[in-house]
Design a protein around this ligand. Structure first.
Ligand SMILES: Cc1cc2nc3c(=O)[nH]c(=O)nc-3n(C[C@H](O)[C@H](O)[C@H](O)COP(=O)(O)O)c2cc1C
Length: 309
């Protein structure tokens, strides 16, 4: 099976998930290509693939602006093409499910058929920093879910996320973030502790940061992906109106030696509990099925052997 996954990842969470998908698909004998949406030239013929994947981090209950510009350029396909969507987001609220409504209405007109949709909780890159143990737990959970979800995609088992009441108008309202990002992005500032490594200039997916005579200039194409501020080694970038929500420094995704104080333990507590409980159930169920399948296989092999004897 030939699969193409197009993805955007601001600060690495979605990329981490997609890398795992690629590993799993390849292990299962699929041919997989990936396209990072910020790369300029999209030279793939979508008709050549059996399945297309689209992956993104959720931004204000929507897909990021860069995903919209990308899919709008897709051609109309000759025949209906199965599409799976993969999303990552910091909290597991059901409201996040609305993020695919608009992208799907664009893609449906181009002959894509949504067959599978998955959402993985990954640590926040804005609002607040998740604890290392939470980041570890999220990634360990995703790592176990991905092989199960990937198999569902390959088996053609349709899986969709639950609809949210008034999802379409709500998503429309929250898409103010696309405009707000541009507005706020122009208000980014660089602090005096900047080491002038210019990493931010090089990594910005929209080439929105320029530097002239040591002065940084933030243009009007910010998509609020947080990459510049999140990865700045000196924590020297101020993110305008959202400075209080800034998260700086990549997560290690390692189990910490000591349990840290969690200042946000009450935040969306029930939602996280539900997310992890459902994930545990799905993982346990898949393990049970594998044990059962293996026992049936062993039984069949034994039967075959005794028939030969
Ligand atoms: C501008 C912005 C808006 C976000 N909005 C949401 C949101 O609505 N819901 C949510 O759960 N997480 C939200 N997040 C958190 C990210 O979706 C989450 O951290 C994601 O895993 C980041 O993925 P990435 O590292 O691939 O960019 C938002 C992040 C940013 C930068």
């Amino acid at each position: 099976m030939k699969i193409l996954i197009c993805y955007f990842s601001g600060t690495g969470n979605t990329k981490r998930v997609i890398d795992k998908y690629v590993e799993v698909f390849k292990d299962k004998g699929c041919e997989v290509d990936t396209f990072r949406v910020e790369n300029q030239n999209f030279n793939y013929n979508l008709n050549d693939y059996d399945k297309i994947g689209l992956a993104y981090p959720i931004h204000a209950f929507n897909a990021p602006a860069i995903i919209f510009s990308f899919i709008k350029k897709f051609p109309k396909l000759e025949s209906e093409k199965p599409l799976f969507i993969i999303k990552t987001s910091g909290e597991p609220l059901k409201l996040n499910n609305i993020s695919s409504i608009k992208p799907m209405s664009i893609l449906k007109k181009k002959n894509f058929k949504l067959t599978n949709e998955y959402h993985y909780c990954m640590p926040y890159n804005i609002i607040f920093r998740h604890t290392d143990s939470m980041a570890y737990k999220m990634w360990e959970t995703a790592k176990q879910l991905i092989p199960i979800d990937a198999q569902e995609i390959l088996d053609g088992k349709e899986v969709k996320l639950k609809k949210f009441p008034f999802g379409r108008p709500l998503a429309f309202v929250f898409r103010i973030e696309h405009w707000g990002g541009r507005f706020n992005g122009k208000r980014y500032k660089v602090k005096d502790n900047c080491a002038h490594c210019n990493a931010c200039v090089k990594i910005c997916p929209t080439h929105n940061i320029t530097v002239e005579n040591g002065e940084f200039h933030f243009g009007k194409n910010c998509i609020m992906c947080m990459r510049c501020a999140f990865l700045c080694k000196e924590n020297a970038i101020k993110i305008g109106l959202f400075e209080k929500w800034k998260v700086n420094g990549p997560y290690t995704f390692q189990k910490p030696e000591k349990e840290e104080e969690d200042n946000h333990k009450k935040y969306c507590k029930k939602s996280y509990q539900k997310y992890f409980k459902r994930a545990e159930e799905k993982i346990a169920n898949a393990k049970k099925l594998t044990v059962e399948e293996n026992s049936v296989k062993e039984f069949d092999e034994d039967l075959g052997k005794s028939a030969q004897n």
